[in-house]
Design a protein around this ligand. Structure first.
Ligand SMILES: *Cc1c(COP(=O)(O)O)cnc(C)c1O
Length: 230
């Protein structure tokens, strides 16, 4: 079943990419496996799925140990609490949800102590694009300052931006948020990162990833369409 779901999602990616003349190979599928057992992750991996996303730092750490024999690319996509940063670092995950200078500094500190002097973790900045009180993510007006700070830390490699737009079952409602983050992304690349542009935009979930791909997403995070309801 998971194998079929993955090929169905890959087909949807292909169709959406074709809409705007994009190469589907430029879109990374992160299978969101939160709350699902490691055995299902193994099954998906066997079906050719390499990147997996987890929301809870301890769950990520435990699963990365349990199936440590698989060369999985882990993505941490949940809210990061300062005291849990170490678990995500231990799993050597791509950290998609850096949203404050404090969290960035704690990540850098943990990378240094847990992974050694010469290691750097890839990360993205989560932006609170819908200005929602209940959501994490940096406010757009503080984005440039945070991006600059992360760039000064040798333990972190800033790759791009991540958003979770306000939920609406109609995917078209997500489009303005995807367009807004794309504008902020372009602006950063014209100013702070003119020499070495950010490359990743993580946006799009089971219900709206086609629209995200049309709006130049490079990482989509898909849970339900692969693993079923949680
Ligand atoms: C759970 C989750 C997803 C996946 O959502 P689905 O609707 O199940 O595809 C993607 N991104 C984040 C941040 C999540 O928490």
């Amino acid at each position: 079943m998971i194998t079929d779901n993955i090929s169905h999602v890959r087909q949807r990616i292909k169709v959406a990419a074709a809409q705007t003349g994009r190469n589907p190979a430029d879109i990374k599928l992160v299978a969101v496996s939160k709350t699902k057992p490691a055995a299902l992750i193994r099954e998906a991996f066997t079906a050719g799925q390499i990147a997996f996303g987890e929301n809870y730092a301890q769950e990520l750490r435990d699963k990365s140990r349990e199936i440590g024999d698989l060369p999985i690319e882990w993505h941490f996509i949940g809210h990061l609490q300062r005291n849990k940063v170490k678990y995500a670092v231990e799993a050597k995950a791509v950290i998609e949800t850096v949203d404050s200078i404090e969290i960035a500094d704690e990540l850098a500190r943990q990378v240094k102590t847990k992974l050694g002097e010469n290691t750097a973790l890839s990360c993205l900045i989560e932006v609170n694009i819908g200005d929602e009180k209940s959501k994490s993510g940096v406010q757009p007006n503080l984005l440039a300052e945070l991006a600059k700070h992360i760039s000064s830390l040798p333990q972190l490699k800033l790759k791009g931006l991540m958003i979770i737009p306000p939920y609406d079952s109609d995917p078209e409602k997500s489009r303005p948020y995807f367009q807004k983050i794309r504008r902020l992304f372009d602006e950063l690349n014209k100013t702070l990162f003119a020499g070495k542009p950010l490359t990743e935009l993580s946006m799009g979930m089971s219900h709206d990833f086609e629209v995200a791909i049309e709006e130049s997403s490079t990482i989509i995070r898909v849970g339900t369409a692969i693993f079923g309801e949680r």
